[in-house]
Design a protein around this ligand. Structure first.
Ligand code: 3SL
Length: 239
């Protein structure tokens, strides 16, 4: 398995696709997806565009859907919830489909949705993603960090490194970014909450009063669910 890391969706090569793409958005989209599917949500359908989300979700019975909208770290007005993993309790999400749009995570997914296998990873489900990749043995893997509006995000690249570390000898690094991601994780692995606090998006979320979300997102390997694309833009649980 050869793995490439891209710091943002914009850096993903055009006109090419890997055997498997793994999208990472530790703060907070891919953490929330893993939690929602673990808690019994039937699927997470992602949208770049809020109008499109409202149009498609309107075709679902109200009691079987949740509209999840985040812009700038805050809940989109009129939506059922924002992007906090802590809101995804079984009481709230079980048996429901999440219609979700976030600033960066859902955009990163759109960039690689044509790949034959698309997974999402966060720190919380890193080991589960490692095991799925070990089982499937895709030849070429792209780990796509969501970043923030086209810029590097410390926490996503650290999570890419965590994934590479978990894969160990099973993976070779395809680009310098992969080597750098691994080194970043090795440096911070015992201090991930501090890394999230230093990260620019972590600081943005702290200003919005989301310290509990940072604590949750800093946990490693506590969920066994892997969100996996089962139809274009639709993620379901693979455990
Ligand atoms: O950018 C995103 O996709 C979100 O995860 C950002 S936030 O953490 O919900 O603010």
């Amino acid at each position: 398995m050869k793995c490439w890391v891209y710091h943002t969706p914009e850096l993903v090569p055009a006109g090419d696709l890997p055997d498997c793409a793994v999208v990472v958005d530790v703060l907070r989209a891919t953490t929330t997806m893993a939690v929602a599917l673990s808690a019994g949500a039937t699927a997470v359908q992602v949208f770049a565009d809020l109008e499109e989300l409202l149009r498609v979700s309107a075709q679902w019975p109200a009691e079987q859907r949740l509209r999840v909208g985040e812009r700038g770290g805050q809940v989109v007005s009129g939506f059922d919830m924002g992007n906090s993993p802590l809101d995804c309790t079984p009481e709230r999400v079980k048996g429901r489909r999440l219609f979700m749009s976030t600033t960066n995570g859902t955009r990163a997914l759109a960039r690689v949705q044509a790949a034959p296998c698309v997974l999402t990873c966060a720190l919380v489900n890193r080991q589960a993603v490692v095991e799925l990749l070990q089982q499937q043995q895709p030849e070429r893997v792209w780990i796509v960090a969501s970043g923030w509006e086209g810029a590097f995000s410390l926490e996503d690249t650290a999570c890419a490194g965590a994934l590479l570390m978990g894969l160990g000898d099973q993976a070779t690094t395809g680009n310098d970014e992969a080597v750098g991601a691994l080194a970043l994780y090795q440096q911070w692995q015992d201090n991930l909450l501090e890394l999230l606090h230093r990260a620019s998006h972590g600081q943005r979320l702290l200003k919005l009063g989301q310290a509990a979300d940072l604590r949750f997102c800093a946990q490693v390997d506590c969920l066994t669910t892997v969100p996996r694309q089962s139809a274009p833009s639709v993620l379901t649980a693979s455990t």
